[in-house]
Ligand binder design. Structure first.
Ligand SMILES: Cc1cc2nc3c(=O)[nH]c(=O)nc-3n(C[C@H](O)[C@H](O)[C@H](O)COP(=O)(O)OP(=O)(O)OC[C@H]3O[C@@H](n4cnc5c(N)ncnc54)[C@H](O)[C@@H]3O)c2cc1C
Length: 283
């Protein structure tokens, strides 16, 4: 099969500008999909480009290179808990050593573990081509199930997000049909801050697996803001979650997915609150 493995970003972008070619990085999604059997495409393997790897923090902003593996993310102890927990739950160790954050976002599965935490962190993506670099909010990058705003000659270079304030907590909860290496049925990611009077000051909430793309839930975030801690469970239980549009399939019914969304959300909120209380008692 035609296969190129450039070692610089410029060389990769030049190849993509010549004619449409398929990008691959860790190849854990590419070679698992029957529609993408290797022989059908010309491939550009970007896994040898050092400039696309690494996790840096500068001026309160975190930048993760697209070719950074899930294993590397689990090892960066200072990253938000939601993102590290999502990373730790991607497939088996073999998949995490090989699979990348960029591949996860570009594959744009409704159950991609990377999407809910990054949406809750207000992440942006950096896209590069020979025409230059453009930046998009992550929620504008993922257009639908396995559809993104990436153009044929573009590479995802990195994902960036503001490092949450010290008073904020994050959590990710993945609901699966069995233990072990398995995709989510539904997942939830939360970033929140409790105020001194024990009300919820801010919440950023995302649900995966219950709609065509993982979604932020602004109506629910507004409904939770300002509520005392004792009312949070009831608010989640009564919320309409009308933005979600879960499907029925062999893995779960739509009704079950809705129940799981509520369950995952309530657990993620309670993990965040427990963390806040633990930190307060430690000071
Ligand atoms: C056994 C198994 C278990 C898995 N378990 C999980 C799981 O629990 N949770 C989960 O979320 N996922 C899971 N996955 C899916 C997959 O491992 C992840 O989505 C992984 O992060 C993909 O990264 P990759 O580098 O291997 O992507 P690749 O397979 O190399 O690429 C995936 C797609 O992204 C494109 N692409 C990759 N990088 C770029 C880039 N920088 N710019 C432009 N396009 C790019 C490719 O063209 C392709 O369309 C699993 C896969 C397998 C095989």
């Amino acid at each position: 099969m035609p296969y190129l493995r450039p070692h610089t970003l410029d060389a990769a972008l030049a190849r993509l500008a010549e004619r449409p070619r398929r990008v691959l990085c860790g190849a854990t999604d590419c070679f698992a999909a029957p529609a993408l059997v290797p022989g059908r495409h010309e491939w550009v393997d970007i896994s040898g480009i050092d400039a696309l790897r690494g996790i840096v923090r500068q001026g309160g902003v975190v930048r993760i290179g697209a070719a950074t593996t899930w294993e590397a993310i689990t090892q960066a102890a200072w990253l938000p808990v939601a993102l590290r927990d999502a990373a730790a739950g991607v497939g088996s160790r073999q998949i995490r050593v090989q699979g990348t954050i960029g591949g996860n976002l570009c594959h744009a599965s409704p159950v991609a573990d990377g999407l809910p935490p990054l949406l809750s962190l207000d992440a942006n993506v950096e896209l590069a081509s020979v025409r230059g670099v453009r930046h998009l909010p992550l929620h504008d990058f993922v257009l639908g199930s396995h559809r993104t705003a990436l153009m044929a000659d573009e590479l995802l270079m990195a994902v960036t997000f503001p490092l949450p304030a010290a008073s904020e907590r994050t959590a990710f909860v993945k609901c699966t049909n069995r233990d072990g290496m398995v995709l989510a049925v539904v997942s939830a990611a939360v970033r929140l801050r409790m105020a001194d009077d024990d009300t919820l000051a801010i919440a950023a909430i995302s649900i995966g697996g219950a709609s065509e793309v993982p979604l932020r839930m602004p109506a629910l975030e507004a409904a939770l803001a300002g509520r005392p801690r004792r009312e949070l469970d009831a608010t989640v239980a009564d919320a309409s979650l009308a933005a979600l549009s879960p499907i029925d399939d062999c893995r779960a019914t739509a009704v079950h997915r809705m129940d799981l969304a509520r369950l995952a959300l309530a657990r993620a909120i309670s993990h965040c609150i427990e963390e806040s209380a633990h930190d307060d008692s430690a000071h």
